[in-house]
Design a protein around this ligand. Structure first.
Ligand code: VG1
Ligand code: CO
Length: 543
C-alpha cells in the first residue's frame, strides 16, 4: 500500500470550541479541511505509533466519508489498530466506553451533537483522550496552534473499506476492527443498574416513551429498553437514525422534542418520557405532566444515588457547570460531600472524575453523567432515573414534590439569542463586564445584588486556569443571572442567558417556571441591553 505525504496550507479558524471543531458541512466538504485538522491532532498526540484508536460518529451526513478519510490517515500515521463502530456509528458515551475498555490512546468522534445535520446542517470532530474524555484545553490549544502552521498531511492510497460487516481487515500496516456499536456500552449499563428492578417496573405496566429524535441513540435504546428490559415494542420512537435527523434539531428540550412533550402532557400520558440528542450524550426527563429541569435532575439523582447499585457506597462528590442551578449544591451540603463548580463543557469534569473526587456531575444543558465513562451520557441518565423510580416506588411528580419539600425548589430557565452578529455580542459582553464591579449592594428590580463577577476557574487537580467563563450576578434572595457566549454555534454568536430563583422549603413550589422567572428574565434583558445591542426583543429558544 502506498503511503503519501500531501502538501497543504492552513485554514483559518480551526479552533475547537466547547466541544470540538464544529462548522457547517459545506466548510468540512472543502478539500483538505478535515485532513488538516486530523493531521493536526495526530501531530500533537503522543504515543500513537502502534496504538489503538477508536473512530465513530453520530451517523449524520458526511459521517461515512469522514470515517474513511480518517482511517486512511490513521494507517499512514502509524496507528496499530483502528476500532470502528459498524456503519461508522458510535454514540459519544459509547465511544468513551470503548476507548476505556480497549485501552486506546484515544478516539476521534464525529458529531455536531445537538446542531442540525444534513448537507445544509453542521458537522463536527473532536478528539477524546485515553481516559475516554474530551481533550482538555491544553490539547485543543495545541491542535489549533498546529492547524495554523500545517504544511502536509499523510494518508494511504486505498479504496473505501466495508464498514458494515463486523470483523477485522487490514489497511496497510493497521488492523481495522469493525465492532457492534451497542455491545460494549449495553454490557457496561447492565453492570451499573438493578436491571431486574427496572424489568419489574415495566412488567408492572409502567409506560414510557423514549424519543431518539432520529439520532444515534435509537439502536442503543431499542436494545437496552425494549430487548433487555422488556419495555413494550414502540417504547422507542423516532428510533431509526437518519443522516439529517428527519430535518429536525436533535436537541432534547421542550422546544425541539415536540412530539414527546405533547405525549407527556396530553391525554392518557405515559408515566415517563425521555429523549436524547444527535450523539446520545444529552437527556431530557419528563413525567406525566411534569418536566424535570436538568439542574433538578442532577440534584434528584444525587439525593437518591444510593438506591442504584453503582453508588450503593455513597457519592464521593459531585460537580456542576457554573450556569447549572445550585439545586445540587444543597444536596451535597446535606450529604456532607464536596460540590465543584466548573466552566461549561464536559472536558472540565475529567480531572475530577479521574482523581475520584466526584462520581456524579451535570450541566443545565441536558447533560448528566458519572464516572463510568468520561462523557455525559443520555441513556445512562434515563436508566438512572428508571432505577430510582423502581427503587422508590414513586411517580416523577411525587419524587419532585418530595425533593422540593426537603431542599426547596430552584426555578430554572435559559434564553438563547442565536446567530447575532459577533461584534454586537462582543460589545454587549464588554459593556456588561465593565458594569459588574459596581453592582454589589445595588438594588435591581427590587432585588439586592450580593455579588457580581466574571467566572474564572483553576482546576483543583492539575492547576490549569480558564478565564472568561461567563458573567454572573447573584442576588441576596438566592436568585442569579448568568450570561455567556456559546462555544458550539456555527453562525455568528449565540448569547445564552441563564436564570434561577430559589424558593426555600415551605415556599411557593407550584408555579410554572417561565412565570416564576419572568421578572428575572426581564431584568436580565434590561441589565445587558439585549435589545439595544442586538435588536432582539425575545429569545430564539427558551428552555
Ligand atoms: C453547549 C452547552 C454545554 C455543552 C456543550 C456540548 O455549549 O451549553 O453545556 O457541554 O453544548 O454539548 P455552548 O458553548 O454552546 O453553550 V453537546 O451535547 O452539543 O456535545
Ligand atoms: Co451531544
Amino acid at each position: 500500500m502506498v503511503s503519501v505525504t500531501c502538501p497543504t496550507t492552513p485554514f483559518d479558524g480551526q479552533k475547537p470550541g466547547t466541544s470540538g471543531l464544529r462548522k457547517a458541512v459545506k466548510v468540512f466538504e472543502q478539500p483538505r479541511y478535515l485532513e488538516n485538522f486530523v493531521q493536526s491532532i495526530f501531530d500533537c498526540v503522543d504515543g500513537l505509533a502502534g496504538a489503538t484508536l477508536v473512530i465513530g460518529g453520530d451517523g449524520r451526513y458526511h459521517n461515512r466519508t469522514a470515517v474513511q478519510t480518517i482511517l486512511r490517515m490513521a494507517a499512514a500515521n502509524g496507528i496499530g489498530r483502528a476500532v470502528v463502530g459498524r456503519g461508522g456509528i458510535l454514540s459519544t458515551p459509547a465511544a468513551s466506553c470503548v476507548i476505556r475498555k480497549r485501552g486506546a490512546v484515544g478516539g476521534v468522534i464525529l458529531s455536531a451533537s445537538h446542531n442540525p445535520g444534513g448537507p445544509d446542517g453542521d458537522f463536527g470532530i473532536k478528539f477524546n483522550a485515553a481516559n475516554g474524555g474530551p481533550a482538555p484545553e491544553s490539547m485543543t490549544d495545541a491542535f489549533f496552534a498546529r492547524s495554523k502552521v500545517i504544511a502536509e498531511y499523510r494518508t494511504v492510497e486505498a479504496a473505501d473499506l466495508d464498514l458494515d460487516t463486523l470483523g477485522e481487515t487490514a489497511l496497510g500496516g493497521m488492523a481495522v476492527e469493525v465492532i457492534d456499536p451497542v455491545a460494549d456500552y449495553a454490557a457496561l449499563m447492565e453492570s451499573l443498574f438493578d436491571m431486574a428492578a427496572i424489568r419489574g417496573l415495566f412488567a408492572s405496566g409502567f409506560r414510557m416513551v423514549f424519543d431518539a429524535m432520529h439520532a444515534v441513540t435509537g439502536p442503543y435504546a431499542t436494545e437496552i429498553l425494549e430487548r433487555r428490559l422488556g419495555a413494550p415494542a414502540g417504547t422507542v420512537i423516532n428510533g431509526t437514525p437518519l443522516e439529517d435527523f428527519g430535518g429536525h434539531h436533535p436537541d432534547p428540550n421542550l422546544a425541539h422534542a415536540e412530539e414527546l412533550v405533547e405525549r407527556l402532557f396530553g391525554p392518557d400520558a405515559p408515566d415517563f418520557g425521555a429523549a436524547s440528542d444527535g450523539d446520545g450524550d444529552r437527556n431530557m426527563i419528563l413525567g406525566r405532566n411534569v418536566f424535570v429541569s436538568p439542574s433538578d435532575s442532577l440534584a434528584v439523582l444525587a439525593a437518591n444515588a444510593t438506591h442504584v447499585p453503582a453508588f450503593k457506597g455513597g457519592l464521593a462528590g459531585v460537580a456542576r457547570s457554573m450556569p447549572t442551578s445550585r439545586a445540587v449544591d444543597r444536596v451535597a451540603a446535606a450529604l456532607g460531600i464536596s460540590c465543584y463548580e466548573t466552566p461549561t463543557g464536559w472536558k472540565f469534569f475529567g480531572t475530577l472524575l479521574d482523581a475520584g473526587r466526584i462520581n456524579l456531575c451535570g450541566e443545565e444543558s441536558f447533560g448528566t453523567g458519572a464516572d463510568h465513562v468520561r462523557e455525559k451520557d443520555g441513556l445512562w441518565a434515563v436508566l438512572m432515573w428508571l432505577n430510582v423510580l423502581a427503587a422508590r416506588g414513586l411517580s416523577v411528580a411525587e419524587l419532585m414534590a418530595e425533593h422540593w419539600g426537603t431542599y426547596g425548589r430552584t426555578y430554572y430557565g435559559r434564553h438563547d439569542y442565536e446567530a447575532i452578529p459577533q461584534e454586537a455580542a462582543d460589545a454587549l459582553i464588554a459593556e456588561l463586564r465593565g458594569k459588574l464591579p459596581g453592582l454589589a449592594g445595588t438594588d435591581l428590580g427590587g432585588r439586592t445584588v450580593a455579588a457580581a463577577d466574571e467566572f474564572a476557574y483553576t482546576d483543583p487537580v492539575d492547576g490549569s486556569r480558564s478565564d472568561r467563563q461567563g458573567l454572573r450576578v447573584g442576588f441576596e434572595d438566592g436568585s442569579r443571572i448568568v450570561y455567556r457566549l456559546s462555544g458550539t454555534g456555527t453562525s455568528g454568536a449565540t448569547l445564552r442567558v441563564y436564570f434561577e430563583r430559589y424558593e426555600p422549603v415551605g415556599g411557593e413550589h407550584g408555579l410554572d417556571a417561565p412565570v416564576a422567572l419572568k421578572p428575572l428574565a426581564d431584568l436580565a434583558a434590561e441589565l445587558a441591553g439585549i435589545e439595544r445591542h442586538t435588536g432582539r426583543t425575545k429569545p430564539d429558544v427558551a428552555t
